[in-house]
Design a protein around this ligand. Structure first.
Ligand SMILES: Cc1cc2nc3c(=O)[nH]c(=O)nc-3n(C[C@H](O)[C@H](O)[C@H](O)COP(=O)(O)OP(=O)(O)OC[C@H]3O[C@@H](n4cnc5c(N)ncnc54)[C@H](O)[C@@H]3O)c2cc1C
Length: 394
């Protein structure tokens, strides 16, 4: 923002209280801004409430995107060291059960080691130590990523809201209709007709970003493919309580899983996502849930498949080229957007970088490749996004 206030005392709004908006509001308030977090739905009704929430920079190929996710992983770990409780420091065990997975694993591990990422080789006996019950005869190869883990997103959001409150920020349930930036800041029009005024606004509206920003005259293409099995859609099944002791995040060809609290596990099978769509009928969800339960029981040598309590379809906020979008949208630098897949991993990093850019007007080099202007007319990337179907993808 050129003509308004900068730094401490700036009056800011954040639109959207998912993982990204909540973390950003907290960080801005702790930086000294007067922050109001505006959210139109009940908490966690967006994507952050339906996420595998694996914290990693495991399969992020473009170097700048790898670095950004690494920053997120490190900030989750730093949060744990500072006494926060949302990050579960349990490591990730990747187990190759097939030739196809082996062929993918070797070059990925080589790339990660060359980048300095922590990767440990694990033999079949050690795999059993990390994952009691796994049928060792199935294991072709395994590696462990000791720094990775998963995030309990409701706790992450609650911690962010507590930080926001402690720093004097406010939360308000309100649908934001549109933003009108002008020379002195931004006029925020709420759905009920009320108008609010801020020095700058951070837009963290996840999968609703395209339609929300279009009402304010900005173009950021997110979630354009709504077909069955589109890259944005993914099933997540939750088991009932089971007598399995597997603290880690586990990824395999047939099933990924991680603890989901109170003896439950969250299951995912990327190949099954070809049928994923928010309107998937209950017969499809039940079939997918039963198949995931069968695969989980099979790899762990359980006599019976676990009960499935819920099969949800999550909707990733997926920018048109699959990569993070972060930066100012207007020349006056008063409307800022942050939308991305891997948003649970990235939330604390984007929060810190957005705070640097919005509050202190310091461009973050980490975000140089992720600016929204890459979608401006005539320069839109055409590569599109490939769906996550192969082991280790997400
Ligand atoms: C199946 C699946 C698996 C995933 N696995 C992982 C993973 O393993 N690791 C990882 O890091 N990420 C993962 N993700 C992605 C991650 O969950 C998302 O990137 C992240 O949750 C996005 O957070 P957000 O805050 O941007 O969006 P959201 O959580 O959707 O929050 C956006 C908020 O904006 C609000 N909003 C929208 N419009 C308005 C408006 N006009 N006015 C007021 N409020 C508004 C919405 O109500 C919503 O609460 C996964 C996603 C899916 C679907």
């Amino acid at each position: 923002m050129i003509s308004g206030a900068k730094g401490n005392g700036m009056k800011l709004a954040v639109v959207g209280a998912g993982a990204i908006g909540s973390a950003t509001a907290a960080e801005l308030a702790e930086g000294g801004a007067q922050v109001t977090l505006l959210e139109e739905r009940a908490l966690l009704q967006g994507t952050s409430g339906t996420s595998f929430a694996w914290i990693n920079s495991n399969n992020k190929v473009p170097p700048a995107y790898y670095q950004l996710n690494l920053g997120g992983l490190r900030r989750h770990r730093a949060g744990l060291a500072a006494g926060r409780r949302s990050f579960h420091d349990v490591g990730h065990l990747e187990v190759a059960l097939t030739e196809q997975h082996l062929a993918l694993l070797a070059p990925k591990v080589e790339r990660l080691r060359a980048r300095g990422y922590q990767v440990q080789d694990v033999d079949a006996a050690q795999a059993v130590d990390h994952l009691p019950g796994i049928r060792a005869e199935l294991v072709r190869a395994a590696v462990r990523y000791p720094e990775e883990g998963y995030c309990d997103v409701p706790t992450f959001v609650a911690e962010a809201h507590e930080r926001l409150r402690a720093a004097g920020g406010g939360f308000r349930t309100a649908a934001v209709e549109r933003l009108v930036p002008d020379a002195g800041g931004v006029e925020v029009f709420l759905g009920d007709g009320e108008r609010l005024r801020f020095d700058a606004v951070v837009v963290a509206t996840g999968r609703w970003t395209t339609q929300f920003l279009a009402r304010s005259g900005f173009h950021v293409p997110v979630n354009e493919d709504d077909s069955v099995g589109a890259p944005a859609f993914g099933f997540l099944a939750t088991t009932g309580p089971v007598a399995v002791q597997s603290p880690s995040v586990v990824s395999m060809t047939r099933v990924n899983f991680r603890p989901a609290g109170a003896g439950r596990y969250l299951l995912q099978g990327l190949d099954l996502d070809v049928e994923a769509h928010p309107s998937a009928p209950s017969a499809v969800r039940m079939r997918v849930g039963a198949e995931l339960a069968r695969r989980f029981a099979d790899v762990l040598g359980m006599a019976d498949a676990p009960e499935i309590e819920d099969v949800a379809v999550g909707i990733r906020p997926l920018p048109a080229d699959g990569l993070t979008v972060a930066g100012f949208l207007d020349p006056a630098r008063s409307v800022y957007v942050a939308v991305t897949h891997s948003g649970v991993t990235l939330a604390p990093e984007l929060a810190a970088l957005a705070t640097r850019e919005v509050l202190h007007d310091e461009p973050a080099a980490e975000l140089a490749e992720f600016r929204p202007q890459r979608f401006d007319a005539g320069t839109a990337p055409s590569a599109g996004v490939r769906a996550a179907r192969r082991p280790g993808e997400q």
